[in-house]
Design a protein around this ligand. Structure first.
Ligand SMILES: Nc1ncnc2c1ncn2[C@@H]1O[C@H](COP(=O)(O)OP(=O)(O)OP(=O)(O)O)[C@@H](O)[C@H]1O
Ligand SMILES: [Mg+2]
Length: 440
């Protein structure tokens, strides 16, 4: 019970202190507190602690019940407002129960208690997610940019992931040494972008991720956003061919505008090979125009000036022409994982699982040619199989069996990938292989 009590008191106290002092900005509120106060892209004063806001921010079902036993709290039935009748008593009560580390997770309180405790406001601010990365802020900005009729089309083209939406960090992804090096460089470049601007070094911050499907390109972009506290604006270039052809060039421009408004952010452009395809073939003029707009927009956007990190991704580097290549200043290779990497991936994806006689090394030897995505699917199959026998503990043998199943299914999948040539499927006589359902 005490924990819930503490969470609610902290929320009410933070709101009260925030309202008292104009120098506090939304960036000073902890992200969980802030999320309940957004309205039309703004956080207006006063920020009021009510049954509803307190419950959403803290996850406590009935916040008033949680704190009603305390001497210094009050509740207004009519407005649903939670308040503190004796602020100094509330502060003392709170300070008696928290350590410095907890206070530093809340910039408002870190500033307020800087004299009483060994806490640093600047440090707290730096580690608090900035307000412009909040889902609610991003949504209100998207609404502002794309009016109603266009919105559906734009939603096909652009998808913004905020740190709130992403449940994945770089620790969940097994990287090659080269990938780690490139990511370290880019993290440093973002950190020191003012220095780079000063010395006039502009050619940083455009990466191209190259590799087969399922090797972690999208995941790394999202995890990087999560780790850096930045929104990730995702664009699938094939979506450019959506029905309103005349609008596509304009939509590409808007995408870059949105990215610049959301900055600092990551702009992730998937299926980059699409650019090359349209330039070489006799595509519709509107698509060519859109692609030219895209290339021009890429030239004009900059990490150093606009704080937009551009990441392109492709499965078909062979299809990229010189015009596309030279727009990126680093190429990051996403190869299929080798045996040691597969071992590590298997360890990562099974972190939360119970597996008897687990030998990731042995499994890695059986999974030559499989990607990280494939390994995840193998695990999923093994888990579901075991569940059909009411088991939540797996065995090494379950995984070996799942690998065999996967390989049978993989034959199907690979044929399917011969550019949608379904005749090949029939001619291949796949009738005798058994289909294990979807080939995701
Ligand atoms: N190296 C890896 N370590 C851990 N997980 C991985 C790795 N590679 C892929 N995965 C997992 O596989 C799944 C698919 O990866 P992801 O979507 O990032 O691949 P991708 O390279 O973007 O593929 P595509 O080219 O098809 O878009 C994700 O769940 C991801 O976490
Ligand atoms: Mg992807």
């Amino acid at each position: 019970m005490t924990d819930l009590e503490l969470d609610v008191v902290e929320f009410v106290l933070t709101a009260a202190i925030y309202d008292d002092n104009d120098r506090f900005e939304p960036d000073d509120l902890p992200a969980t507190h802030r999320s309940v106060f957004w309205s039309d892209g703004r956080i207006e004063r006063p920020v009021t602690a009510t049954q509803t806001t307190a419950s959403e921010a803290t996850g406590v079902d009935r916040p008033w019940e949680a704190i009603s036993g305390l001497m210094f709290t009050d509740y207004d039935d009519f407005s649903g407002t939670l308040s503190l009748t004796d602020r100094s008593m509330a502060e003392k009560w709170y300070l008696d129960r928290v350590d410095d580390q907890r206070i530093e997770e809340n910039p408002v309180l870190a500033a307020h208690f800087a004299d009483e405790r060994d806490v640093d406001y600047e440090h707290a601010r730096e580690h608090n997610r900035p307000a412009r990365a909040d889902r609610a802020f991003v949504d209100s900005l998207l609404e502002e940019y794309f009016d109603e009729d266009e919105e559906d089309e734009m939603l096909d083209l652009v998808d913004v992931q905020t740190p709130e939406d992403v449940d994945l960090t770089l620790n969940d992804i097994v990287l090659t040494a080269e990938q780690e090096g490139e990511i370290q460089k880019i993290v440093k470049a973002i950190e020191h972008r003012q220095y780079l601007a000063r010395i006039g070094l502009r050619e940083v911050g455009k990466l191209l991720f190259v590799g087969p499907p399922g090797t972690g390109k999208t995941s790394v972009a999202r995890a990087l956003g999560q780790d850096l506290g930045l929104p990730v604006v995702e664009v699938k270039l094939s979506m450019i061919t959506s029905q309103y052809l005349g609008e596509t060039a304009k939509n590409v421009e808007k995408t870059f505008e949105v990215a610049k408004r959301l900055a600092p952010c990551i702009l992730f452009i998937d299926e980059f090979d699409f650019v090359a395809k349209t330039r070489s073939s006799d595509e519709h003029a509107a698509i060519k125009r859109a692609v030219n707009t895209l290339l021009k927009s890429i030239d004009e956007v900059s990490l150093v000036q606009d704080e937009v990190l551009l990441i392109g991704a492709t499965n078909h580097p062979d299809q990229l022409d010189a015009a596309a290549w030279r727009r990126f200043d680093e190429i990051v290779n996403f190869p299929k994982p080798d045996a040691p990497m597969r071992t590590d991936i298997l360890k990562v994806v099974t972190r939360e699982m119970d597996i008897v006689d687990f030998s990731p090394k042995e499994l890695a030897e059986l999974t030559e040619g499989l990607t990280g995505s494939d390994l995840r699917l193998v695990l999923r199959e093994a888990v579901l199989e075991a569940l059909t026998e009411e088991r939540t503990t797996l065995t090494q043998q379950d995984l070996v069996d799942a690998i065999k199943d996967f390989e049978e299914r993989d034959t199907l999948k690979n044929l399917d990938m011969i550019d949608g040539d379904h005749d090949a499927l029939v001619a291949g006589g796949l009738g005798d292989s058994h289909d294990h359902g979807n080939d995701l």
